[in-house]
Ligand binder design. Sequence first.
Ligand code: MV4
Length: 447
Amino acid sequence: MKKVLIANRGEIALRIIRTCHEMGLRTVAVYSTADADSLHVRFADEAVCIGPPASGESYLRPDRLIAAAEVTGADAVHPGYGFLSENAEFSQICSDHDLTFIGPSPETIRLMGEKSRAKETMAEAGVPVVPGSDGIVASMDEGKRIADEIGYPVMVKASAGGGGRGMRLVHKAEDFEQLYEGARSEADAAFGNPAIYIEKCVVQPRHIEIQLVGDGQGNVMHYGERECSIQRRHQKLLEEAPSPVMDEDLRHRMGEAAIRGASSINYEGAGTIEFLVDAEKNFYFMEMNTRIQVEHPVTEEVTGCDLIEHQIRVAMGETVTRTELPINGHSIECRINAEDPARKFSPSPGTITAFHQPGGLGVRVDTHAYTGYRIPPNYDSMIAKLIVHGDTRERAIRRMKRALDEFVIEGVKTTIPFHQQLMENADFQAGTFDTQFMESFTYTPPE
Ligand code: MV4
C-alpha cells in the first residue's frame, strides 16, 4: 500500500489524511464543488473533483471514486464513516478494481447489515441477545403469537433498518397490528425490504459499545467500551470512555463476548459491537457497525492507540496479536454541530465569521472548519468534535467545561451552549443516565 484515496469529506477525511502521512502513505482527496475550499482538499497530496454538491452525484458515486483512484494511481480506499462506508457493493467494486478497501469484506458488510441475520450469527457464537423471534417473522399472526409468548412491551424492528429506523415500541397486544404494519411499510418504503423481527423491549437501557479490530484470520482485539446513551432522535450528542457504569469484570465479559462474535465471522477491520445494557448490568447484542465511527477518538484517548493506523495495518495484512489493553483515565467527546439547540437542533448552515479553538493539556479538536469557512447545507451538520482527556471523569468534565468556554464560533448557531448546560446537569455529573435522558432534558437558551 502506497497511496490511499479517502472517499469522504470533512473532519474524518482530514483525520485519515493525518494518519496516512504519519505512516508515509500518499493521499488523494475527493471533493464535491461545495467542498472545493475544504481543508481535506488542502492537506491531501492530490485532490480530484467528483461532482456537484448533492451526495448522490458525488460522494455516493462508486464510478467517480474508482475513476479518481485510477487517474491518481491510488492502491487503497478508506471510506471513513457514512456515505459508502457500509456499502457491500462498494467494497466489492474496490476489490474488483484491485483497490484495497480499508474495511471488511462485502460478505461481512452484507451479513451485519441484515440485522436479523446479524443477531442470529452473534447468538450462535455465544453472544447474549435479547429474547425474541427466531429470525424474520413470517406473518402478522406469527408476530402476535411471539409477542404474547415473550410478553409486552416488545420492539418490532426492520431487518434492513438500524440506528432506530423502521422500529416500533409496542406496549400492548391491541396495538400490535397497527404498529407492526407501520414498521413493515416504513421499512419497505425506506429500504425496499419489509422484513421484520421481534424482541422483548429492554426498558431504559444504556447504549454501550465495544471497539474492536480484527485481522480476518480470527484474531480480534477489543479496546474497551464507549458510553453513547446521550442521544437525540438516534443522533449521538456526547460520548465517553470508559462508561460510568463499567467495572473491570463487566468490561472483560463484554469484551470477550464482542471478540467471540467478531472472531466467529473472521472479522477484518475496525468494527463496533453495540450493546443494550439494562439496570442490572445485563448486556445484549444490538447491532454491529462495520466502519470507523465518529466517536472513535475517546477510545484513542484512553488506550493511546491510533485506530485509523490499526485499521490500515490489518488492511495491509498485519496480524492482531493481543486481545485487550489497559484503559487510562477518562475521555469525553462533545459533537459541535451547526444547529440551533433553542430550535429543536435545526440546521444552521452559513459562513463561520470567527473560529477559535480551545487547546492546552488534554484537549483535542478534530475539525475541518476555520474562520471564513462556509458550511454547505448539503451534508450533516457536525463541524467539530471537542475531545478531552483527564485522570478521572470528574477532571474530564472540568476540562470539558473549560474547553467549551474557550471555543469561539461566530456566524452560525452551534451546540456549544447545549453542551455547557449538559456539563452542569446533576444526572450527567453523577453518570446516572440512560438512553431516555434527552426526553426530559430541557435546554434553556442563555439571556
Ligand atoms: C431496543 C431498545 C429496547 N429494547 N431494542 C434504537 C436504535 C437501534 N439500534 C435499536 N434501538 C433500540 N433497540 C430492544 N429490544 C431500545 C432502543 C433504543 C435506543 C438504543 C440505543 C440508543 C438510543 C436508543 C433510543 C431509543 C431506543
